[in-house]
Design a protein around this ligand. Sequence first.
Ligand code: FES
Length: 112
Amino acid sequence: MPHDPLARPPFVRVAEVSEIRPGTSKLVVGPFDKPMALFNVNGQIFAINAVCPHRGGPLAAGTLTGSVVGCPWHGWTFDVTTGQPDHPGGHSVAAYDVKVEGGVVYVGWLTR
Ligand code: FES
């Protein structure tokens, strides 16, 4: 099968692990059509859409408590490991595959 030049590579380099200390986050803009928020939860990196589905708040600037980020604008909360709300009836955001190799963070396809 011929290579599709428009196909997105399976994983894209987005950051160094050292830029995202445990309990912190990083906004990534550029490699994807939407900004992405990376989070370090106890040494493991997760990636979700950075735009809050409520009114567009910046989730990468939210407060991370365990694996739950609170939107800085009105407090909606999301589990960054899945993109799902941390409470019944909440809204969700897209979550992406992440892999770390040699201290570099790569983000891939949607996990859901
Ligand atoms: S914009 Fe995120 S809670 Fe309102």
